[in-house]
Design a protein around this ligand. Structure first.
Ligand SMILES: Cc1cc2nc3c(=O)[nH]c(=O)nc-3n(C[C@H](O)[C@H](O)[C@H](O)COP(=O)(O)OP(=O)(O)OC[C@H]3O[C@@H](n4cnc5c(N)ncnc54)[C@H](O)[C@@H]3O)c2cc1C
Length: 233
């Protein structure tokens, strides 16, 4: 809202807004050295469910959905089903909910006397939905540029533009590519991803380098070629 009051365009297309809900749960029996990501239209349409172990028998268990694809059910309803199916004996300790913007960085992140950082500037990784580290990196950059501008007594838009340019170099340009990749991947259905997973499982665990995974996926599933092209073009 603050950025909008200052004239920056922070609108989010609805297809790029994930509705997320998460429980901190105990009495959950998962490998504490792994994270679990669970994809599928019957689990979290347009997003994924996650289990992030927190030590002992506790874990953050949550999911994100795209409302347009979620059949009129909100994220909490999807999460309650997920927990009921996969962690029926888990005990809910706390609850977090929020929107995650999976959209590239806004076109202008700074204007006269104002720098926007993190979610306010759509700096979340559009493919993973992770935004904590990005917000911290942008925060540090904003502090550096802001402090220099204040010391020089010039906080005009042109001076603060360095923040935007450096952010785009740091992560913003990658996010544009990740966003294209996300859009292209969203055209495939669950059965395609199941086949893809079977292909990857066909590679011996110790031989599973990224290069081999990509090579094998492209060889067995040529429909992926335009998707990969989107990432590089
Ligand atoms: C359920 C859920 C799970 C998530 N899990 C992960 C994860 O595992 N990993 C990850 O990387 N990301 C995750 N994210 C995304 C992550 O939380 C955000 O990307 C990140 O918190 C963004 O940080 P931020 O500082 O930009 O914004 P926020 O964390 O939203 O902080 C903004 C702060 O500004 C305050 N504020 C707003 N307006 C004003 C005002 N006018 N005056 C003063 N204060 C104001 C707000 O109260 C808030 O405290 C998750 C999001 C959700 C919803």
């Amino acid at each position: 809202m603050v950025a909008r009051w200052a004239g920056l365009d922070t609108r989010v297309p609805s297809r790029d807004m994930e509705s997320c809900a998460q429980y901190l749960m105990t009495n959950v029996n998962v490998d504490q050295d792994a994270i679990y990501l669970h994809f599928g239209d019957n689990v979290a349409p347009g997003g994924y469910a996650w289990v992030f172990p927190k030590g002992g028998d506790s874990a953050n268990i949550g999911l994100g959905t795209v409302a347009l694809r979620a059949g009129g059910r909100n994220a909490r309803q999807w999460l309650d089903d997920y927990v009921q199916n996969y962690f029926p004996t888990g005990i809910r300790v706390s609850y977090t909910v929020g929107g995650v913007i999976v959209h590239p960085t806004i076109k202008r992140t700074a204007t006269d006397g104002l720098i926007t950082v993190g979610d306010a500037a759509h700096m979340i990784n559009p493919l993973s939905g992770g935004g904590i580290v990005n917000a911290m990196k942008a925060g540090r950059l904003a502090a550096e540029v802001g402090a220099a501008a204040l010391a020089a007594g010039d906080v005009r838009s042109g001076t603060l533009q360095r923040y935007h340019d450096e952010w785009m170099k740091m992560l913003g340009d990658d996010h544009i590519r990740f966003h294209k990749l996300k859009d292209a991947l969203s055209k495939f259905d669950d059965s395609f991803f199941d086949k893809l997973a079977k292909t990857v499982n066909g590679i011996a665990y110790e031989k599973r380098t990224l290069r081999r995974i990509f090579g094998s996926a492209l060889m067995h599933h040529p429909t992926l070629l335009p998707v990969v092209a989107k990432y590089f073009v």
